[in-house]
Write a protein that binds this ligand. Structure first.
Ligand code: 5GP
Length: 192
């Protein structure tokens, strides 16, 4: 069986990655499975253990990283995030394409280990729109909002490390473009 593709999606906090991903992840033609990351951050309202993240303590996270259990990891606004190697391998070895939704430092580590990863960065239509979306979520204190905005500005300067940059002006359109990219990459992989 062909090993599945590894697809990385990044984009600043609040850009609407989740909504875009929701619009294509269940398309059966794409044979996708979402890789659930490990994080030390608090669970947000509506999130579920093992669905959105595996929520762990800092000690557990650092131990997993030390034991080589993470494909990549990063610190983001005071918390640790990482991709379990096991999760990714299980999905790819089953012939499914794995989707990682990670930030830019993590993407760089993935590219070093898996050079043929398909990397996609989602940009907002403007910084004003991004700020509106972050505030609209209304789940975090002002200092965190400011930190996430500053972080977004820095991340937007690093989009050149990605193969594809897509504007999320309309989540369905962005999802359609990503669907097209994945289908084409699946065709190319099968031709090898
Ligand atoms: P949030 O706290 O909003 O869920 O995520 C914050 C940032 O961490 C987002 O940019 C998200 O893409 C990123 N992220 C989530 N999981 C991982 C992971 O396993 N590794 C890395 N490097 N970043 C992650």
């Amino acid at each position: 069986m062909e090993k599945g593709l590894l697809i990385v999606i990044s984009g600043p906090s609040g850009v609407g990655k989740g909504t875009v991903i929701k619009n294509f992840i269940d398309d059966p033609e794409l044979k996708l499975a979402f890789s659930v990351s490990m994080t030390t951050r608090e669970k947000r309202a509506g999130e579920e253990e093992g669905v959105n993240y595996y929520y762990v303590s800092k000690e557990e996270f650092l131990k997993a990283r030390e034991n080589g259990e993470l494909l990549e990891s990063a610190e983001f606004v005071g918390n640790y995030y990482g991709t379990p190697v096991k999760e990714v391998e299980r999905i790819r070895n089953a012939g499914k394409n794995v989707l990682l939704e990670i930030e830019v430092q993590g993407c760089r580590q993935v590219r070093e280990k898996v050079p043929d990863a398909i990397t996609i960065f989602i940009i907002p239509p403007s910084m004003e729109e991004l700020e509106k979306r972050i505030r609209g979520r209304n789940t975090e204190p002002e200092e965190i909002v400011q930190e996430r905005l500053a972080k977004a500005a820095r991340e937007l300067e690093m989009t050149n490390q990605y193969k594809y940059v897509i504007c999320n002006d309309d989540a369905e359109l962005a999802a359609d473009i990503i669907r097209l990219i994945i289908k084409r990459q699946m065709e190319l992989a099968n031709r090898k």
